[in-house]
Unconditional design. Structure first.
Length: 557
């Protein structure tokens, strides 16, 4: 039987036969809904036959026939009423299961989020793209689309979104561009490591979104609910529709704090902190200053994450403070890494390992944080070493810096734009979508195998702008992305290992080695991070001034 569960209470499937009723009952189902009109197919049993067999098997049965492709709002309401009335679990069926899945989707739209509904139906093998607007509209057919249309629509107002909007406007000022983002505040997230290390004040990393959006770019202050790439449309919360000629997708990624049991309840107290949140980075510095003895845990989840070096940056700056204040001998530093290496590009590992030794930190690889008991000061890790059975270990702590698990945003993962892992599916050189020629993506949300850093977005923005404008003019892509990313690893206050690399771990240094040798800790790299990069971010990258970020041209051959 081709039973496809949507959740524990409802499943759908293609055409049922009377002789399958007892098997359904044996599987624990208690009710059946028929959504297929009698006489639709020559080999189709009638509802009366189904109902008779269902009664014999002890199942409730109901008939809610729907003509294929014509699910009405009232039908969805009636389906929802049946789900409330009938004993569960319920199984609904039609010819393929699509009508039943559609009825469930619309009936649940006022109580589940669109991503939850789309994820459940997608997992069951049903595409709800045709009714996504109705799902976003609470299960009802929109009466007024109220379309706005732009040459280019940009999803996301983070580093990538504002940078690419500025780069577009600098190349083609007459373009009508809309940027979609509900946030009031824009953050310079690379600065949060420095906040947690007592170097920057948190307020210096935040500015109003309105002050940063380039002149002439229309800011639509709303969240995206779904995509309709077949209609060149983006559906916003509230079912407003924005249409585009070309689309750029860069909403960043989702920090999945809830993926670690007990973490949300203890963040910001009980010694549990994270530099991945604006309001928590100052607490990191409070804990570092206040810890005089005990155990300090630093965690890193499975890849991909934004700024893969950030979890250990927190360790290094903390260790440096304890070293300078003479407390290091009384503090047990533990780095619990879900991965199998300290850093993914081997050329930088020797310098980093020397600091691990300096701070006396213990490295535990293949340790993934799964639960936190804040009041009890205990952290539980799932240990999954190669060729061994997974185990769990619980470690006590006095302070813990957590890097949360990270995924693509829900509305991306369930969209037609996503690959099997949930990331926007692009060509890694041109950053153009593999299936939709008028869509590009950059930043943390797309699936090119590069490091997810602000430095990567700084390079990607001009490339996307260049290629999109070339497309408008009827040409081929003009620029290609080599995977560049940068991770300034703050190994001590005043010195940084400036990791710069591209696809395959190839080293891509921006400076001559006499100025900055990226494989060694240097004072010059610290000055770059502390004094030069913040104004470059605010005054160049976000304003379309492509300092050291001019696109590399595509060559024939």
């Amino acid at each position: 039987m081709d039973i496809r569960k949507l959740n524990d209470d409802i499943a759908v499937m293609p055409q049922l036969t009377p002789d399958q009723m007892q098997e359904l009952a044996d599987k624990g189902y208690r009710s059946v809904i028929c959504n297929r009109p009698d006489g639709e197919g020559a080999d189709q049993p009638t509802y009366d036959e189904i109902a008779k067999a269902a009664k014999k098997a002890g199942l409730e049965a109901r008939y809610l026939p729907i003509v294929s492709g014509k699910v009405q709002d009232d039908d969805a309401q009636a389906f929802g009423a049946l789900l409330r009335e009938l004993p569960g679990p319920v199984l609904a069926y039609c010819r393929t299961g699509t009508r039943s899945a559609t009825l469930w989707s619309l009936s649940q739209a006022d109580r589940l989020t669109p991503p939850d509904i789309l994820a459940a139906t997608k997992a069951a093998g049903y595409d709800m793209a045709g009714v996504v607007r109705r799902i976003v509209n609470g299960g009802k057919t929109p009466t007024d689309e109220g379309d706005a249309k732009f040459d280019v629509v940009i999803v996301g107002g983070g580093a990538a979104g504002i940078a690419v909007s500025a780069s577009l406007k600098s190349r083609k000022p007459g373009l009508s561009v809309a940027l979609l983002d509900p946030a009031d505040i824009h953050y310079y997230q690379p600065g949060w490591t420095m906040v947690g290390g007592g170097v920057f004040e948190a307020a210096t990393t935040a500015r109003t979104m309105a002050s940063l959006i380039p002149q002439g770019v229309h800011w639509i202050k709303s969240a995206v609910a779904a995509f309709e790439p077949q209609n060149n449309a983006v559906i916003l919360d509230g079912c407003r529709v924005v249409k585009y000629n070309r689309l750029i997708v860069c909403p960043g990624l989702k920090l999945d704090w809830h993926a670690v049991d007990g973490l949300v309840e203890t963040l910001g107290k009980n010694g549990v902190t994270s530099n991945y949140r604006y309001d928590l980075a100052p607490y990191t510095w409070e804990l570092v200053k206040g810890l005089r003895e005990g155990r300090a845990l630093f965690t890193q989840p499975p890849m991909p994450i934004k700024c893969a070096g950030a979890p250990q940056k927190a360790l290094y700056l903390s260790g440096d403070h304890w070293f300078r204040t003479g407390r290091l001998k009384n503090i047990d530093i533990q780095f619990m890494n879900a991965g199998g290496v300290l850093f993914g590009v081997k050329d930088y590992v020797p310098a980093l390992e020397s600091y691990i030794q300096k701070y006396g930190a213990d490295l535990s690889f293949f340790h993934n944080l799964v639960a936190v008991d804040g009041p009890g000061k205990k952290a539980t890790f799932r240990v999954a070493k190669p060729d061994t059975d997974p185990t769990e270990v619980t470690v006590e702590f006095d302070m813990m810096h957590v890097c949360p698990p990270q995924t693509a945003p829900d509305f991306i993962r369930v969209s037609p734009l996503a690959d099997a892992a949930g990331w926007v599916d692009v060509d890694q050189a041109t950053l153009r979508h593999k299936s939709f020629d008028n869509i590009w993506s950059l930043g943390d949300v797309m699936n090119a195998p590069n490091a997810k850093t602000a430095a990567a977005a700084r390079m990607q923005a001009p490339i996307v702008a260049e290629n999109l404008v070339a497309d408008i003019r009827g040409g081929s892509p003009k620029a290609m992305y080599n995977g560049y990313g940068s991770c300034p690893l703050t190994v001590e206050k005043g010195k940084i290992v400036l990791a710069e690399f591209g696809y395959g771990g190839a080293l891509l240094p921006s400076f001559p080695t006499w100025l900055i040798d990226g494989t060694k800790p240097t004072r010059a790299a610290w000055i770059l991070k502390e004094q030069i990069l913040p104004p470059v971010y605010w005054k160049a990258m976000l304003r379309g001034r492509e300092w050291m970020a001019k696109p590399e041209k595509v060559t024939a051959g």
